[in-house]
Design a protein around this ligand. Structure first.
Ligand SMILES: C[S@@+](CC[C@H](N)C(=O)[O-])C[C@H]1O[C@@H](n2cnc3c(N)ncnc32)[C@H](O)[C@@H]1O
Length: 211
């Protein structure tokens, strides 16, 4: 996917204290970059950033890095973040396909929120829980791989469960109706839209046991 360009976008991105380049020089040094030993979570495909802002406020002892491939979208997230003072957030414009060039066994948890479902079988490799991506994620985690996914799309959800099992994950929690569970939850932009339409939110929390 090629990022769409927007006017002044690189200026907005580069002037933000929240932006970090997906730079190999930072690989393995994200704890130093945050200046503490707190766990680091990634949200892949963070969109306009509501989730990451909400999570960072709720969990100040966890660091969050939002990953987004589209320039126009990350600019919106940065504009939102620039109004906040959150020392535990960074954002990065990068395709998840190259995350193993950016991080080296330093991520605690990956959040996949309302990822594009890519419904056609010939596009299955692009789904963020395809074997190709699960292999990449293995190289990012510091401890046991831990993925939390939310999606409205039951076919993507079923696919994710199947691929996660094949990849050695077990489930701490699976729900077909997150809104009616006692699970702490920060809603995303897409989540709010789906809930307004009366759709149920699927949720899984998976951990890979034999790392
Ligand atoms: C459907 S939106 C969901 C946005 C947000 N997570 C939410 O729940 O509101 C999916 C986002 O993932 C981003 N995305 C898709 N594929 C990606 C990839 N390979 N790497 C990084 N971001 C990606 C898209 O640009 C888009 O902003």
């Amino acid at each position: 996917m090629r990022p769409r360009r927007v006017k002044n976008s690189m200026e907005i991105i580069n002037n933000s204290k929240y932006y970090i380049e997906p730079n190999e020089a930072n690989k393995g040094k994200y704890k130093e970059l945050f200046g503490n030993n707190n766990p680091i979570r990634l949200e892949i495909g963070m969109g306009k950033g509501d989730f990451i802002v909400g999570m960072a406020k709720e969990y100040p002892d966890i660091n969050f890095i939002g990953v987004e491939v589209q320039e126009a979208v990350i600019v919106k997230a940065i504009k939102k973040l620039d109004k906040e003072n959150l020392p535990n957030v960074k954002v990065m414009m990068v395709n998840a396909e190259t995350l193993d060039e950016v991080f080296d066994h330093e991520i605690d948890t990956i959040h996949l929120n309302f990822s594009d479902p890519w419904p056609k079988t010939r596009h299955a490799k692009r789904r963020l829980t395809s074997p190709k991506f699960l292999d990449i994620y293995d190289k990012l985690f510091i401890g046991k791989p831990h993925i939390i996914q939310k999606t409205d799309n039951i076919l993507l959800f079923a696919y994710s469960i199947e691929e996660l099992v094949k990849h050695g994950y077990i489930f701490n929690k699976v729900s077909l109706d997150l809104e009616n569970e006692a699970i702490p939850n920060i809603q995303t932009e897409y989540e709010r839209k789906f809930i307004l339409k009366g759709e149920k939110i699927n949720y899984l929390d998976a951990i890979k046991v034999n790392k």
